[in-house]
Design a protein around this ligand. Structure first.
Ligand code: KIV
Length: 278
């Protein structure tokens, strides 16, 4: 792993060399520092922020102000990884002007180095306009959480031959429009393999099997901090929520028993000045 700054060009080279790309989400500076220290290639301020941190039932209520606020915090914690920030629901669908203004704001004011948006051929024109303005765009196809109501819930997509074909056409249109990478979420591994082979830009999978050029997970899921939902594709690398609760209970018990704070956690008065000292 190189310690050089990761750029959109690095990701393209990684695909060419067959090196897997790694991406995790972050929403605050401490997590951003940890993800960067761990040597991940891309940090995503996902609009999963809404569900994981802000307690919304879906990603739909997330606003530009919320994304910008968390993007700034994450940007302060990163030195190597590429920082990608999600464009939230309705910040790019209404008009290209909206998309340019909102994506431009994330790059100009909030430390984003690229934006991610959901959708296929219907957003290809918007992607082209953003790329023409110098804004790198990551696409997102398959299970697109902003289309929660349209999909009728979080369901695996592109299972039929017809849907798979549509997704391949969407991916090709996004590549032509200028995306530098494509997230594939919640689709059969075989469909992800076909898309990954067809595109020259890297694919980054989540619930899309092993054949993508890289993988992404929501950090709170892989750490076991968020345990309300347990989709099949999440691997828990630790059980952080359990560890947090155990540590918090220990603190509670030690305060109640008087074991905390001990002398090692307490401050002394200034030592008395020796007599006759100036
Ligand atoms: O919002 C998010 O965290 C995402 C990832 C799941 C790819 O879009």
């Amino acid at each position: 792993m190189t310690r050089d700054k990761v750029t959109v060009r690095t990701l393209r080279r990684m695909k060419e060399r067959g090196e897997k790309i790694t991406m995790l989400t972050a929403y605050d500076v401490s997590t951003a520092r940890a993800v960067d220290d761990a040597g991940l290639d891309v940090v995503l301020v996902g609009d999963s922020l809404g569900m994981v941190v802000l307690g919304y039932p879906t990603t739909l209520p997330v606003t530009m102000d919320e994304m910008a606020h968390h993007a700034r915090a994450v940007a302060r914690g990163i030195s190597r990884a590429l920082l990608v920030v999600d464009l939230p629901f309705m910040s790019y669908q209404v008009s290209r002007e909206d998309a340019l203004r909102n994506a431009g704001r994330l790059l100009k004011e909030d430390g984003a180095e690229a934006v991610k948006l959901e959708g296929g051929r219907e957003v290809a024109g918007t992607v082209e306009a953003l790329v023409a303005a110098g804004i790198p765009v990551m696409g997102h196809l398959g299970l697109t959480p902003q289309a929660f109501h349209q999909m009728g819930g979080y369901r695996v997509q592109a299972r039929s031959a017809e849907e798979a074909d549509r997704l391949l056409k969407d991916a090709a249109a996004l590549e032509r429009a200028g995306i530098f990478a494509l997230v594939l979420e919640g689709i059969p591994a075989e469909v992800a393999r076909r898309v990954s082979q067809a595109l020259s830009v890297p694919t980054i999978g989540i619930g899309a099997g092993p054949f993508c050029d890289g993988q992404v997970l929501v950090t709170h899921d892989m750490l076991g901090l968020q345990t309300d939902l347990s989709p099949k594709f999440v691997k828990r690398y630790m059980h952080a929520r359990q560890l947090f609760v155990e540590a918090m209970r220990q603190f509670r018990d030690e305060v109640r028993s008087g074991a905390f704070p001990g002398p090692e956690h307490s401050y002394d008065l200034d030592p008395p000045t020796p007599q006759g000292a100036p």
